[in-house]
Design a protein around this ligand. Structure first.
Ligand SMILES: NC(=O)c1ccc[n+]([C@@H]2O[C@H](COP(=O)([O-])OP(=O)(O)OC[C@H]3O[C@@H](n4cnc5c(N)ncnc54)[C@H](OP(=O)(O)O)[C@@H]3O)[C@@H](O)[C@H]2O)c1
Length: 253
């Protein structure tokens, strides 16, 4: 089988898996964070889980990217910087900012996430520097690139700001939950997920690639059901939860 066929099959498989994930997560809450529970095998400290499961997004992405013959070109290098801006923070800085030291991540979830981030890094990095020949400097002035990058950075700012609010809500030694306020929490329970979905939608538009679209669809499939669960959880646990706040999409859902 040629590598192009292998790559295409992986993208296709991930699209299918995103559909399965979406439907499953509407019924089963992924067992980490507030939904950590017995019956899912060994548990890990959440900081350790984040570092293990996200490391391929940094390391494997670098390797696959630089294996490509177009890895020294400007546009792929810009995409590399954007990707790593998100993932170096998410993998090696964000976990150390989290408060509490609980074992509330299941090894099973972390393992699945590790597999996903490895495959996702492969399909996206190889697309950038090996399979796609269209990323010449002309791409920098293409409306798809400019619009996509704007969406990506809007999402990044929303995601970062919302995660900060959650981190600051928790006291250093506490592991409890409060009602988050400020920023887009005024409108939705999970603006961090909203921002993350925007980021990878922007990536899909800016790269105009099937692997990019696949990752955006996957992120939606993963985070949309979890946002619905978080929203229901807040309503069930806080009688004074602000009415009118939606789950993830302001004014809509
Ligand atoms: N691309 C993807 O598919 C993907 C998948 C998963 C996550 N992510 C991103 O990774 C980041 C973290 O995801 P997550 O699922 O862990 O988010 P989360 O459930 O919102 O939790 C984020 C952190 O804030 C704490 N927290 C949440 N709500 C709180 C509250 N009301 N009061 C006090 N502390 C609270 C959590 O503690 P506990 O751990 O104790 O609950 C956790 O440490 C997000 O930015 C998300 O977008 C991306």
């Amino acid at each position: 089988m040629s590598e192009l066929n292998f790559h295409s099959y992986l993208v296709f498989a991930l699209f299918l898996l995103a559909g399965v994930t979406f439907i499953s997560l509407l019924f089963v809450r992924a067992p980490y964070g507030r939904y950590a529970r017995a019956g899912w095998g060994p548990m890990l400290n959440s900081k350790v889980a984040w570092i293990i499961q996200e490391s391929p997004s940094v390391l494997a992405f670098f390797i696959f990217f630089f294996l490509g013959e177009r890895s020294n070109q400007a546009v792929p290098l810009i995409f590399l910087c954007i990707w790593q801006l998100h993932y170096i923070y998410r993998t090696y800085i964000y976990p150390f900012r989290l408060k509490g030291n609980k074992k509330n991540a299941s090894l099973a979830t972390a393992t699945l996430a590790f597999l996903f981030t490895t495959i996702n890094s492969y399909i996206n990095a190889r697309s950038l520097t090996h399979f796609n020949e269209g990323y010449t400097t002309c791409w920098l002035t293409d409306p798809r690139f400019m619009i996509g990058i704007t969406i990506f950075f809007t999402g990044l700012i929303i995601n970062f700001h919302s995660d900060n609010i959650l981190i600051n809500l928790r006291k250093k030694t506490d592991s409890g939950y409060g009602i988050p306020v400020g920023g887009l929490f005024k409108y939705v329970s999970c603006p961090n997920y909203f921002g993350e979905i925007l980021e990878w939608t922007g990536w899909a538009v800016a790269t105009w690639s099937l692997p990019g679209l696949c990752f955006a669809v996957w992120t939606f499939a993963n985070l949309f059901p979890r946002a619905l669960s978080h929203h229901r959880w807040y309503i069930d646990n806080f009688p004074d939860y602000p009415e009118g706040r939606k789950a993830i999409i302001p004014k809509l859902i």
